[in-house]
Design a protein around this ligand. Structure first.
Ligand code: DC
Length: 197
């Protein structure tokens, strides 16, 4: 079965948590596409050359840091970097057995034919608070970084972060994690049910 779940949205909205839960529920493969951009940014040097990723690049221990997120957001605005990572993501999306990918442009650019598209969001304040609980430091500074990263990701010329017109919007500001997961799982169940009808 070819079945793709595309999950897009800003940082710390809950995409990763929902994606992992959905993958476990349906037995789909999961790709956190942010890690690809983080690995390119973390390598330093010429970003286009760095976009030829190796398994070692993806195994680095520092990819989840705030600094790697910042570097990722910068290299992600370079069209040649995005182009170098496209094919791998598209092949992953259409693999046999089902796949869930989370990122910024999965439902719009990488896999517009995805069977289910979710755009997971939450207020900047809520997202900054969640990030601050993970990383500590000055919460106001974390909020400023979240707002700046949103701006860069949504205003860039190539593959900006935007909800696909046919995406289901999931605002997790006031949802618990189990509630958000349940809504995503339900949307996928319905779509699988339609496929069988
Ligand atoms: O989801 P994340 O925080 O790990 O993503 C890090 C950065 O990578 C994000 O600020 C923008 C970029 N990114 C992207 O442009 N497209 C994707 N599909 C995933 C991430």
């Amino acid at each position: 079965m070819i079945f793709t779940v595309a999950i897009d949205g800003p940082a710390a909205a809950g995409k990763g948590t929902i994606a992992r839960a959905v993958a476990a529920e349906f037995g789909f493969a999961h790709l956190d596409t942010g890690l690809l951009y983080r690995a390119v940014g973390a390598k330093g040097g010429d970003p286009v050359a760095a976009a030829k990723l190796t398994p070692e690049d993806l195994a680095r221990g520092d990819l989840r840091s705030l600094a790697a997120g910042e570097a990722a957001s910068r290299v992600a605005a370079i069209p040649e970097v995005r182009a170098a990572l496209t094919r791998f993501q598209q092949d992953f999306a259409r693999q046999e057995g089902g796949a869930v990918l989370d990122g910024r442009d999965i439902g719009t650019v990488i896999c517009p034919e995805a069977e289910v598209k979710l755009f997971v969001t939450a207020s900047a304040q809520v997202r900054a608070h969640r990030r601050w609980l993970e990383v500590g430091g000055d919460e106001a500074e974390v909020l400023a970084q979240v707002i700046e990263r949103d701006r860069r990701d949504s205003e860039r010329g190539v593959a900006p972060m935007v909800a696909a017109p046919d995406a289901l919007l999931l605002d997790t500001s006031e949802l618990s994690i189990p509630q958000a997961i349940e809504m995503a799982v339900e949307a996928i169940r319905q779509r699988i049910g339609q496929g069988r009808a």
